[in-house]
Design a binder for this molecule. Structure first.
Ligand SMILES: [Zn+2]
Length: 347
């Protein structure tokens, strides 16, 4: 299921849970779960993955281990197909650091216990720019040699006949908490961050927030939605090339080592989202109303109106919420949602 069918109502109405902080959680809609191309699911799924990754890094640092943030790029031209570039990037990474003897050797020499990696794609003047980010987890007490690690990437460049540019073709930085310098641990007190960058989880999982290195997927989609042919083609190419590809991948066993469940929640499960804060109200939006906002790209505005209780543009039915004060308040006791009740029509 692609992003186009995402957020379609599964029933004749859509239920929106309104949280105490003004958040909204949409229920009874389809979710595609695509971290690559869905403007609605990607932020929901990616933010939860970022939190998990940060928790894993902090757990590992607290055990005395170390973590390195690696970025690998490959050369490209304006006419390279994205599918070809993504295959090449993944093959080069697997040959450099995967199950082959060379990959095993570099991991063993450097005390690498596992990694979590992600693929990012941006579009610049010089074509598609796919790159790989990895957090490399290193055993306590084993020195990690940046030169040894990058030599494996350089070897792939030689094999492919590419020019290797030190610091650009591969960039390696340490992940630190302010306290690791003193050897102390401060779980939850500080977020483990990449040197000169963001928090470790954000750097791996939030490609949807980054503003550097060209246009992001959501920006390409926005350009494509104007109907301009070259952007429509680029968006199609992006969707087709990323479809079915894994975006954020943990090496086997690493999650358990860092205190996480070895079995990951699926992207579809994550897209349904947690109820992040206390639910104070239910809002029932008729499917027709929802679909009209959805097809005109105004779901964000509709949800804002729902939070404000503003029915001047869309009609919806609020259940158990008093909107008259400065913020919405549960009526006590909250009545059961009356889904069959006639919906108020507001002129
Ligand atoms: Zn979706």
């Amino acid at each position: 299921m692609g992003a186009l069918s995402c957020l379609r109502p599964l029933d004749d109405h859509v239920t929106v849970h309104v949280g105490v902080g003004g958040t909204t959680h949409v229920r009874s809609v389809m979710r595609c779960g695509s971290v690559w191309s869905c403007p609605w699911c990607a932020p929901v799924v990616r933010s939860q993955k970022a939190e998990e990754i940060t928790a894993a890094v902090e757990s590992w640092l607290a055990k005395g281990g170390r973590v390195w943030f690696v970025t690998g790029t490959i050369p490209h031209t304006a006419t390279d197909s994205l599918d070809v570039l993504l295959n090449r990037l993944q093959e080069m990474w697997t040959r450099a650091y995967g199950a082959g003897s060379g990959g095993q050797g570099v991991r063993r020499r450097n005390g690498v216990v596992g990694s979590v990696r992600s693929i990012e794609v941006t579009r610049g003047d010089n074509g598609w720019h796919p790159h790989i980010h990895a957090l490399v987890f290193v055993e306590p007490g084993v020195p990690f040699s940046v030169a040894d690690w990058t030599a494996r990437w350089r070897a792939q460049f030689s094999r492919e006949g590419f020019d290797y540019v030190p610091g650009v073709s591969m960039d390696v930085r340490q992940v630190r908490t302010p306290d690791t310098a003193e050897g102390a641990t401060a779980i939850g007190q500080y977020v483990a961050a990449v040197e000169g960058g963001w928090g470790a989880g954000l750097e791996i999982a939030r490609a949807d927030l980054k503003g550097r290195g060209g246009l992001r997927a959501d920006q390409i989609l926005e350009l494509a939605s104007t109907g301009e042919k070259r952007w429509v083609w680029r968006w199609r190419e992006y969707e087709q090339a990323t479809k079915g590809r894994r975006c954020i991948v943990w090496s086997r066993g690493l999650r358990a080592l860092c205190g996480l469940d070895e079995v990951e929640a699926t992207d579809e499960e994550l897209a349904a989202g947690p109820d992040a804060d206390e639910v104070i109200g239910l809002v029932i939006v008729p499917a027709a109303e929802w679909n009209s906002a959805r097809s005109s790209g105004q779901l964000g505005e509709l949800l804002e109106a729902v939070v404000r209780g503003d029915r001047s543009r869309w009609r919806f039915h609020t259940v158990g919420v008093d909107w008259s004060g400065t913020r919405p308040r549960w009526l006590d006791p909250p009545p059961e949602p009356a889904q069959d009740a006639p919906l108020p029509l507001v002129a």
